[in-house]
Design a protein around this ligand. Structure first.
Ligand SMILES: [Zn+2]
Length: 248
């Protein structure tokens, strides 16, 4: 797809970057990205991807806005309380960038519907708040062959990784958490600025992956400590017995 004069003007600060250029900006426009969770991480991911000119953004979230979550969800305002987050996020995207198609899906994603919801996307970003959802999203991405940026934050700890089918997120965390659908943030707390940091990192990782900037970050998980402010990266080996991506 070519870029109109209005788009060339809008994305001029991207296009001037040698790593992006007109070709990279067209890749962003051609991309269809599913964002799972319009929470704290989604509040950073969604504006970054909409501003960057991703052609189509699907926002999957079944929840409504809660005042106790606004410390980490600047996508929403107090007057939005009890309104559906997916629709509000889609409205935000349309107001920010009319060149982005925003598709809200107010559904709780799980094993039974993840493949249906994620089909047709070039990349998924998971910023959901529990292991059961993250594993369901990962398994579906492995099955569909969709690259997955998985991001999580709790208390002062954050992690972000790119998974290309093998090793997958399930290789990283194992099978123990499939039944764990509790809201970690409600129980343990999380710093709003931490989810913003992790979400911005996830958005950058997604943009670099779509455009092809830098080295392939798959097989690595980046871990951030919000107290010491240190990032470190760990290598993830594939689990040969993995239920999702293994040969077993
Ligand atoms: Zn695996």
């Amino acid at each position: 797809m070519s870029l109109s004069d209005q788009e060339l003007e809008r994305y001029a600060r991207h296009i001037v970057l040698p790593q992006v250029g007109g070709a990279g900006q067209r890749k962003l426009k051609d991309a269809s990205v599913a964002v799972v969770g319009a929470g704290g991480i989604g509040s950073a991911v969604i504006p970054a991807l909409a501003g960057a000119g991703i052609g189509r953004l699907t926002i999957i979230d079944s929840d409504t806005v809660e005042i106790a979550n606004l410390h980490r969800q600047p996508l929403f305002a107090e007057a939005d309380a009890a309104k559906p987050k997916a629709q509000l996020a889609a409205g935000f995207i349309s107001r920010l960038n009319r060149f982005v198609e925003a598709d809200p899906m107010q559904e709780r994603i799980g094993h039974e519907n993840a493949s249906r919801l994620l089909t047709g996307h070039d990349l998924a970003i998971d910023g959901s708040d529990n292991f059961a959802t993250r594993l369901a999203v990962s398994d579906a991405c492995v099955g569909l062959g969709i690259p997955l940026v998985s991001a999580a934050a709790v208390q002062f700890q954050g992690q972000v990784g790119l998974f290309r089918s093998k090793p997958c997120y399930r290789c990283f965390v194992g099978d123990a958490f499939d039944a764990d659908d509790c809201d970690n943030c409600a129980e343990l707390g999380v710093l709003g600025a931490l989810t913003a940091t992790v979400g911005s990192f996830a958005a950058l990782l997604a943009i670099n992956t779509i455009v092809g900037i830098g080295d392939d970050e798959a097989r690595k998980v980046h871990i951030f400590d919000g107290e010491t402010l240190d990032w470190r990266a760990i290598r993830i080996p594939a689990d040969p017995g993995c239920r999702a991506c293994g040969s077993a």
